[in-house]
Design a protein around this ligand. Structure first.
Ligand SMILES: NC(=O)c1ccc[n+]([C@@H]2O[C@H](COP(=O)([O-])OP(=O)(O)OC[C@H]3O[C@@H](n4cnc5c(N)ncnc54)[C@H](OP(=O)(O)O)[C@@H]3O)[C@@H](O)[C@H]2O)c1
Length: 298
């Protein structure tokens, strides 16, 4: 099976680069080989590779910067994705793509199902939703995995940032009124692997949107506390402690982009389609922390 991976160097792309070779022949492209602001080049890559599966982990993910860089966010998250989808449709290839909890407005307390009405609050969310719509309109066989609060060892994300800050400061103020589930790039890659393996075995899951997030829920402050407690238990020399993480409301931390307060995603559709259980976010995060803090600390 030929697999064409875009976004090789991001959090999810890195995890996929490690996992996908066990499933087939992989061509993995980063920004240097496939610039998403030039969709024509993407079409050429697809024509040259003739993949059975296209996996797109590239995205404009700078949520705040997107507010003032709308054209680039739209080009990468929507126009380029439309080109990938058209290429997949023309070849009869499966397209696996990733989207976000930020397509929702974040009202209420209930986890969002795939069928719930969207209503993005930000340019990032709006452009990701445009990408989803372009895929649906293309007629390509596809799986769109909406995920949330992605973390991976060594990458720029909230978990690694909290470890840095906790080493520098005794007290941290962290937002506690946005609720969601941190989800590892490793879990996203493994789930993608399951989807591709089933496709290859002639037992594909139905085309469409699926929610993928670790089990349970927390706030950013709760996540910070868990990261610090886990790293401290492994012997990391931190100045901050779990109980010196002070909760603040989103309003105390103004950002260019508005973020949903309710980022909960209901994952039943995906779990039933694949026959899998998803790990609790605490275990998933502990795995990422363990990869960065060797036992005995440092
Ligand atoms: N991060 C999250 O918390 C989160 C939450 C929900 C959903 N998601 C979704 O999950 C997917 C993977 O996200 P991630 O966390 O792995 O993101 P990431 O680490 O930011 O990786 C995104 C990749 O896209 C590449 N990229 C950006 N602009 C590009 C362009 N013009 N041409 C080619 N490549 C370009 C980046 O390249 P450079 O490395 O060169 O910048 C980067 O390698 C995305 O679809 C994202 O929307 C992420």
């Amino acid at each position: 099976m030929n697999i064409l991976l875009f976004g090789r160097d991001g959090q999810v792309g890195t995890a996929l680069s490690q996992l996908l070779p066990s499933l087939g022949t992989v061509v993995a492209l980063g920004r240097d080989g496939a610039d998403f602001t030039q969709p024509q080049r993407l079409t050429e890559h697809i024509a040259a590779t003739r993949p059975d599966v296209i996996v797109n982990a590239a995205a404009y993910t700078a949520v705040d910067r997107a507010e003032s860089d709308v054209a680039t966010a739209e080009a990468v998250n929507a126009t380029a994705v439309a080109a990938l989808a058209e290429g997949a449709a023309a070849l009869g290839a499966l397209l696996v793509h990733y989207s976000t909890d930020y397509v929702f407005p974040g009202e209420g307390q209930a986890p969002y199902a795939e069928t719930d009405a969207t209503g993005p609050l930000s340019v990032y969310g709006r452009t990701k939703l445009m990408g989803e719509a372009a895929i649906a309109a293309s007629g390509a066989q596809h799986v769109i995995l909406r995920t949330s609060w992605v973390h991976a060892p060594g990458a720029r994300n909230f978990v690694t940032r909290m470890l840095e800050l906790a080493a520098e400061r005794e007290e941290l103020k962290v937002v506690d009124d946005q609720i969601g589930a941190p989800t590892s790039a490793r879990l996203i890659a493994e789930t993608t692997g399951e989807i591709i393996a089933r496709h290859a075995a002639g037992r594909p899951i139905a085309t469409g949107v699926y929610h993928l997030a670790a089990a349970g829920e927390t706030s950013w402050a709760g996540l910070a506390r868990h990261v610090i407690a886990t790293a401290a238990a492994r012997g990391a020399p931190l100045k901050a402690r779990a109980d010196t993480v002070h909760p603040v409301p989103s309003s105390a931390w103004p950002t260019p982009a508005r973020r949903p307060l309710n980022s909960r995603l209901a994952t039943q559709k995906l779990r039933e389609a694949l026959g899998i259980a998803l790990p609790h976010w605490t275990d998933d995060v502990a795995h990422t922390v363990a990869a960065m803090v060797p036992e005995g600390g440092q």
